[in-house]
Structures are given as C-alpha cells and as structure tokens.
Ligand binder design. Structure first.
Ligand code: GDP
Ligand code: ZN
Length: 360
C-alpha cells in the first residue's frame, strides 16, 4: 500500500522523522475493537496493540489511537502483528464525550479532511440541525461540505439550498440523490487524492447509500478481508477506514455516527457569526440579551433582522455547551483532587520516615 494513497503527507512525515530513527514504521489505524487495532502500513495490514509503556503514559482516552490516526509501529517478526509506540499529532479530530458519570473525551475519528454534513431533502430536512453539525465540523478541524440528499424527493431543491446558504457561510452545498446516483461526481471531486472524508448526519438520511456509491460496492463486500478478531474467531467486521477506488478515503465508525455535540473550540462562534457580531454591539459587555437596555440582539429580533428560530437554536446550543463545559471542569477538579491526595500522602510518608529516623 502506498502511503500517499493512505493520506500520508509532509505534515505527518515531519513529526515522524525522530521516530523513524528508532526503527519504527508509519501505519494508519483502520479499525479498532477493544483497543486492538488494524493498521495499514506500506508492508501490509497488521493487527496491533499499544506498548505497555504507551498505555502507562496515556493520561486519557484521547491519547489512545483512534480510527484514522497515524501511528508508529514496530512489526513483530514472522507474522501480521505489530506494537504501536506512538500516535502522530492529529490534523483534525472528532471528539465525543463518553458515557458514564464522568465526562471524558474520546476521539471517534482522526485526521478527517472533509466532513459531509448530510441532510435528507424529505421530512428530515432541518436548517437547525445543519447548524448543529456545522458547529461540530468547525470544532473538529475538518472542512465541512453540506450534502442535501434525496433530491429526487424534493420539488424545491434550490429553495432549500438557499435556506442552507443563509446559515452556512461560504460552505459548499451539494444536492444529490444517492439512490439515483445523481451528483456523485461532485461529491468525489470534493474529496480528492489522498484526502479523508467522513459523514455526519441523522440516521436514515442516506449516509450508507452515499458511501456505497463512492466505493462502488455494497458495504458487505468491504468487510475486513482478514475477518478474524483477536481471539481468532471469524466475525463480520468492517474496516472503518476504506480506500475509495479512484482516490481518497472514507472513515465510517459507529462512534462517528452517534457523535454528540461536544465543543471546546470556536465552532459555535463561527456558525453563529452574525449573532456574535450583534452581541458585540450590546451596551453591556456581559449582556444576557434578556431585558438589558441597549441590547443589540433584542433589537435585531424585534426588527426582524435576526430570525427567532435561529436565535433559539443558538441559545439551546449555548446551554448544552455550558453544561458540557461545567461537567468537564468538574471531572478536571476530581483529577486534580486525586492528584493532591496522592501528594499529601507522599508528604506524610516522608515526614513519618524523617520522624522515625529522628527518633532513633
Ligand atoms: P443512513 O442511516 O444515513 O446510513 O441512511 P441509509 O443510507 O441507510 O438510507 C436510509 C434510507 O433512505 C434507505 O431506504 C435508502 O434507500 C434511502 N435513500 C438513501 N438515499 C436516497 C435518495 O437519494 N433518494 C431516496 N428517495 N431515498 C434514498
Ligand atoms: Zn444583548
């Protein structure tokens, strides 16, 4: 397998340089199951796990390899196994909070260049939802492209595209019909050689149909040819990073499909640039845009310059993000607390040792 075809570029080559001297080779993670990875290298596909050292040093889930990551591996002699020693810095990452009482970040797809935000032009169509996905896209570092699918079911495609245009400043908008293979060439064009694409969108909007269209085969046929898992049992496993015939790659992971909104970047600000700009004109810097005098946002709403629906959508997202941020703070505080407890115990132990030595 040619590295460039897998998405290798100067960006990764640069950070790999110091690792190559240690006899490691670069590989891209194409699948993950219980921290057992399929990685593709120039030499072929390996089943790989992180080294003990790596696991010991990893501070959080985010540090472990994710599908799409470039890793430094050491192949074991005589067999398709390898050890992962490092994860190269990511160009972009889709992150979601993991389930459980504590909020922890987990990367669900790494090094995605283009993310297709898919909506159905049928009953599912919602500009508000597209705003949400745009926020997630900007936060990831990947470039968004809006895909309006099921054009065959819609009588006013242009009208819908205009609606989207008003919320997706400068973002390419494609209308396609995956079912009738309309507009697929434009989709391919957006991806390009060696670039990695991913799809975001609600269930049923046609993501699988689009991916199948790109690959020119059904997903069933793309299943991992090795077909064996760590226990050597035959299972139906999908490679989650797939090379598109003709160029480019697609990442399709379960985690990506259930991505929850998670933001610590400026995604919200960029999606709602118009609102942020107005808010900057409010008389008070900490204006909550409720009943404060000289509020530019309320004025825009009253004068109909700012759409009420868009404003509500912004408030809802703000609230969700604030909630997530507070959860994040809380877990950070817990980690900090545990760290201090450990330090305090260590200090006490040293004091005690000193005392017992002094007693002698
Ligand atoms: P996913 O959940 O986003 O992966 O959606 P699927 O690809 O499974 O598609 C959901 C349903 O929508 C299936 O029944 C598809 O046949 C149908 N579908 C997908 N694309 C189109 C399209 O362009 N036009 C129409 N009419 N139906 C489509
Ligand atoms: Zn205000």
């Amino acid at each position: 397998m040619n590295l460039a075809e897998l998405g290798w570029s100067d960006f990764f080559a640069k950070s790999f340089e110091p690792l190559s001297t240690r006899g490691f080779v670069p590989a891209r993670a194409s699948r993950e199951h219980n921290r057992v990875y399929s990685v593709i290298a120039e030499e072929g596909v390996f089943s790989a796990e992180v080294s003990g050292r790596f696991a010991y040093d990893a501070a959080s889930k985010k540090d472990f390899p994710a599908v799409g990551d470039w890793v430094a591996i050491q192949p074991e002699s005589g067999g398709g196994r390898a050890t992962i020693h490092a994860v190269l810095p990511r160009k972009s990452a889709f992150v979601r909070k993991t389930a459980g009482a504590r909020t922890e970040e987990q990367v669900v797809a790494a090094n995605v260049d283009i993310v297709f935000l898919v909506s159905g032009l049928d009953g599912d169509f919602s500009v508000r939802r597209i705003e949400r996905y745009l926020t997630a896209a900007w936060d990831s570092g990947a470039s968004p492209v809006v895909v309006l699918n099921k054009a065959d079911l819609c009588a006013d495609v242009e009208e819908r595209a205009r609606e989207v245009e008003s919320v997706a400043f400068g973002v390419p908008i494609l209308s396609v019909s995956a079912k009738e293979a309309q507009g697929m060439a434009a989709l391919r064009e957006q991806i390009g050689q060696g670039k990695t694409a991913a799809f975001l969108g609600s269930s049923g909007v046609g993501k699988s149909t689009l991916i199948n269209g790109l690959l020119g085969v059904s997903r069933q046929e793309v299943q991992d040819v090795r077909g064996d898992d760590s226990r050597g049992r035959h299972t139906t496993t999908y490679r989650e990073l797939v090379v598109i015939p003709g160029g480019g790659l697609v990442i399709d992971t379960p985690g990506m499909r259930e991505l929850q909104l998670w933001s610590d970047g400026d995604g919200l600000e960029r999606t709602f640039e118009d609102i942020e700009e107005r808010a900057a004109e409010c008389r008070f810097r900490d204006c909550r845009h409720e009943s404060e005098p000289g509020c530019a946002v309320r004025r825009a709403l009253e004068e109909g310059e700012l759409d009420e629906g868009r404003w509500r959508s912004y408030l809802k997202l703000r609230k969700e993000l604030d909630y997530l941020a507070s959860r994040q703070d809380q877990s950070a505080r817990l980690v900090e607390k545990a760290r201090w407890r450990k330090i305090a115990m260590e200090v006490r132990r040293i004091e005690k040792n000193k005392q017992s030595r002094g007693d002698r």
